[in-house]
Design a protein around this ligand. Structure first.
Ligand SMILES: NC(=O)C1=CN([C@@H]2O[C@H](COP(=O)(O)OP(=O)(O)OC[C@H]3O[C@@H](n4cnc5c(N)ncnc54)[C@H](O)[C@@H]3O)[C@@H](O)[C@H]2O)C=CC1
Ligand SMILES: O=C([O-])CC(=O)C(=O)O
Length: 271
């Protein structure tokens, strides 16, 4: 069985540890890392099987087959390259880190040179299968509209830097419009899905993003619209936010677990 290390013991990290612990994912949990000791201890305490421990990312790179990053874009920037250079696979949830083209290229080349893989789950969005297929031919436009409750956007650098206060919002309001490259920097914890969509085919500069703060909803809603040689695709998903982190949809954690199941399964189904 593959040996896994988890960086980030928040909502997604906890769900992944639990899936490995229960046997739903056939893997061995080597260890966990979080810069909050409290979070790491809480996850370890919740597990019933195996002998996982707190460890450093460097120890994971030394001993694991696969590292799952479910922490922050900073963690990707810090650990993705050393992992790839050491032939260790990595699953990345904070996908926005890949908007830097030099960094993305370096990680990709290091993974190719050292026979390792970088896995990017579909996360909180659907439609990556159709978009990837469509991108084999010409695409003419790709756009994502993300609609979140105010609690799902609070504290984002873009809102803070532009002194945008959403606390008294009464109706849906467009708070951002721009490229995916700009969106994942402006809202690093809110629209990693736009990074994933960009990587599927049209790129960070050409993928268009709109972010709407909506005080009338409780779901995180993502709409994807694609035009190309294949035709026209529209996808809309209404995600329940996770109970622990309103910015993150429950589906994002399910998608990480599903990707781990796919990695460890001899049957590979779907694009
Ligand atoms: N790809 C996708 O579709 C989605 C991606 N995400 C992203 O996945 C990541 C995890 O999400 P959640 O579990 O909901 O977050 P969370 O906030 O519940 O947990 C993140 C944990 O990582 C820790 N952490 C952050 N930076 C770290 C670092 N550099 N080193 C060590 N520990 C660090 C924090 O202390 C926290 O315990 C976030 O970056 C989030 O934005 C979330 C939803 C969808
Ligand atoms: O979970 C979501 O709905 C989207 C999200 O936070 C992200 O893409 O970073």
């Amino acid at each position: 069985m593959i040996k896994i290390g988890i960086i980030g013991c928040g909502f997604i990290g906890t769900q992944i540890c639990s899936a490995v612990d229960s046997g739903a994912v056939p893997a061995v949990l080597f260890g966990v890392f979080d810069f909050s000791d409290e979070k790491a201890n809480a996850v370890l305490k919740s597990l019933k099987s195996g002998n996982p421990k707190k460890c450093t990312p460097e120890e994971m790179i030394e001993s694991c087959d696969l590292i799952v990053e479910c922490a922050s874009q900073d963690a990707v920037l810090k650990y993705a390259l050393p992992a790839a250079e050491n032939g260790v696979d990595m699953m990345v949830l904070s996908v926005g880190a890949f908007q830097n083209p030099d960094f993305y290229q370096k990680v990709k080349e290091a993974a190719a040179a050292n026979n390792s893989k970088i896995y990017v789950p579909s996360g909180a969005i659907a439609g990556t299968d159709g978009l990837k297929s469509a991108a084999v031919a010409n695409l003419s436009s790709v756009s994502v509209t993300t609609r979140k409750p105010v609690s799902g956007l609070a504290g984002s650098p873009y809102l803070v830097e532009n002194s945008i206060d959403l606390s008294n919002l009464k109706e849906p309001t467009l708070v951002f419009e721009g490229s995916a490259a700009e969106a994942v920097v402006a809202f690093p914890k809110n629209v990693n899905v736009c990074a994933t969509i960009s990587l599927c085919g049209f790129g960070f500069e050409k993928t268009a993003v709109r972010i709407i703060a909506d005080p009338t909803i409780s779901e995180n809603i993502h709409e994807l619209e694609v035009f190309g040689d294949f035709g026209h695709m529209k996808m809309m998903i209404e995600n329940k936010p996770s109970p622990l982190n309103p910015k993150t949809s429950y589906l994002a954690a399910l998608s990480a677990v599903s990707t781990l199941k796919k990695i460890t399964d001899p049957m590979q189904i779907g694009v």
